[in-house]
Design a protein around this ligand. Sequence first.
Ligand SMILES: Cc1cc2nc3c(=O)[nH]c(=O)nc-3n(C[C@H](O)[C@H](O)[C@H](O)COP(=O)(O)OP(=O)(O)OC[C@H]3O[C@@H](n4cnc5c(N)ncnc54)[C@H](O)[C@@H]3O)c2cc1C
Length: 466
Amino acid sequence: MHVVIVGNGVAGMEAALTVRALDPHAKVTLVSEESDHFFSRTALMWVASGQMSHRDIEPLERDAYPRRGLERLRARAVGVDVERSGLRLLGGETLSYDRLLIACGSRPRPGPWPGSDLRGVGHFVTLQDLEWYEAELHGGPSHAGGPPRADQHLAACPPDSPYRRREVAARTRGSLSQAPAVIGGGLIGIEAVEVAHARGLHPRFFIRDEWFWPMAIDAAEAGWITERMRAHGVHVHLEHEVERLEGDAHGNVARVVTDRGSYDADCAVIAIGVVPNTAWLSGSGVALDHGGGVIVDAQQRTNVPNVYAAGDCASVRWVTGAQRPEQLWYTGRDQGRVAARALLGDTGPRATYARPTWYNSAKLMDIEYTTVGLVNMQQPGEREWFFEERSDVRSTTRIVYTDAGVIGFNMLGRRWDHSVLAGFIDQGRSLTYALEHLHEAAFDTELVPPLVLPKERGPHPEFQAH
Ligand SMILES: Cc1cc2nc3c(=O)[nH]c(=O)nc-3n(C[C@H](O)[C@H](O)[C@H](O)COP(=O)(O)OP(=O)(O)OC[C@H]3O[C@@H](n4cnc5c(N)ncnc54)[C@H](O)[C@@H]3O)c2cc1C
């Protein structure tokens, strides 16, 4: 059997490793346009801010492919011939498959404004974005350095590829960025701000909404992070609608213009979300949802026989009933494993994707962040319990619950073990139980004083159930 996988991100790689573990004889070919090596996209920030090298964010050894008998093809997939079971590659070659897994990830959503293509404007999603942003801020790899990548072929990527190399304004200008701007208030935007801050700069952060990352955090939580960002010298511009980017006489970005004013910027990161990287599938017969995600069932099967999809590009059924991509690292990993089993003919429970209680953690400036379960999802009958700690440690605890038990946790300022919090949700624990057992999820070192919740369960100046 020949298994062809488009994408060597976490979904594609996990699928390849699972196929190999279950079938030592299957021929497995990974097609990748972005990088020869599998790397952790979630860790791009640590490279850009100089804390990890490029090599540090590659979870596998560099000879992983030959050692595991996986073939790697540096190429761009441009279509699928579903009648002849062939993957079409740029340059005219067609790769025959018995099973095809589409694991081609996301691409950054392009800026809709005039000037979005000026030199010095970019994104922060791909390795090539990282290379560009490092060049604008550091003049080359950040001070963490690291071995040169083997994927120099990307200089030849076509202009519509999210993996193409791009020109650097700092080089034409002859000076590094001093006034970077970040547009878009999601996690990627916050990380791009942190990278600039780590370089000792005072970036401008433009957010259209009343507060940033409204999908994940509420006004009070965002208020605290905004305060911390401003204390670090970040210019946070809330409720600013960007209208255009303006350039100088050499085509370098020079200003961001919003409905509130015009701001100098010599580098701009557009971070307004990602979209499935699936334009190459149009016309192939593989069904896509309205946002471009490849529609799959619980076995990660598409509408086309022997074609599967997993990871950021796959449109799956959510607990809320919606059909859309999940775009998370660990769900991509799980989907890759399920797809591998399913395409080998397994029909058991391990070949069925059951979305686990979801979690995520990040560091927003120097504030720890953990979220577990359904937060900001407006579930029927939900209420919230909120406590703000202002002692030696500053933290917030937000627990979302219904009559049936707790359904979500949003925690800022302290480190928490998400698996314990997910256990409370999966076991249908009540709010009272969760509060009494919250210390079991505490993940802080012995040097951090434990969180002391107010004893009263009624109205209290420091906590509110709302
Ligand atoms: C800055 C940043 C921070 C993040 N932080 C978090 C986080 O804290 N937690 C979290 O859960 N998630 C986070 N994510 C999201 C997470 O990284 C993704 O959900 C995950 O990496 C998706 O994996 P994937 O395998 O589906 O796709 P990708 O990692 O995007 O891999 C897809 C691969 O497909 C290949 N490819 C695509 N198109 C073609 C083509 N036409 N031809 C050939 N090859 C092709 C490319 O080689 C590419 O590498 C973050 C993302 C970013 C950008």
